[in-house]
Write a protein that binds this ligand. Sequence first.
Ligand code: MN
Length: 285
Amino acid sequence: MKIVSFDDYRIGVLTDDGVVDVTPVVGPVPDSLKWARMLVFIEDWDKNKATIEKMAQDGPAVDLDKVRLMAPVPSPRKVYAAPANYRAHQDEMKVANFSPGAADLAASADYGMFLKASSSVVGPQDTILRPYTDRLIHHESELVMVIGKHGSTIPLAESMNYVFGYTCGLDITVRGSEDRSKRKSFDTFAPIGPYIVTADEIADPGDLEVSLYVNEDLKQHAFTKDLIVDCPNLVANMSWVATMEPGDLLFTGTPDGVGEIKPGDMVTITISGVGEMSVPVESRV
Ligand code: MN
């Protein structure tokens, strides 16, 4: 299934006929907590899945162009991210190559992780806003996992059971010497979408093709089979650090080809089987 957030934190299933509103399955939520509805929806997925499937079949569906899509998880508790997780990107950034070997990385202290502010998340109909005119700001195209269950120190063999689905993500980054968490946490620096594809529709997250265009130019093109730390190991390793919660996002790292984005650009990411999203760039200064 393809799951969207739309209009005022409503939840929908995207079907061939359009968006079917399934918000009522979550039950009443105070208006001040509507941002958390998707977190409840994901947490209760197993319990409500059959009901949601029936609602999606019965409709009615609203045309996609009649709604405003938000980030599919508008307000995640956490946004995990993997640093330089493709060999060719390590090379272009001139950082030390990391070679995990065949060992179980679940508890490895060697591999990196950082957090982006959850407030940096925006949706497929929003705009990336550059906070500086005189700094180098890059696009990074990434497969994003959406976590489905609470889990701490998750064993590698079970880690993919904790993944609810997948979406496209842009890890927008100011280059420079400040801590990563500052350079990657500006408002609008984590566009995701346009929808979550539930995990049952992706046979192997290690067999996806990722492309990124700036305007008409192909800038990044890679295959997730070339991830240095693959999806199962990312979940296991990061859950060793911080307890995973439903709706958490995990940016899996970008391939080579990162480059500057400027006001007026249109950034398009496509991931096979996962979706396509185009987000414009403007300046906020
Ligand atoms: Mn990144």
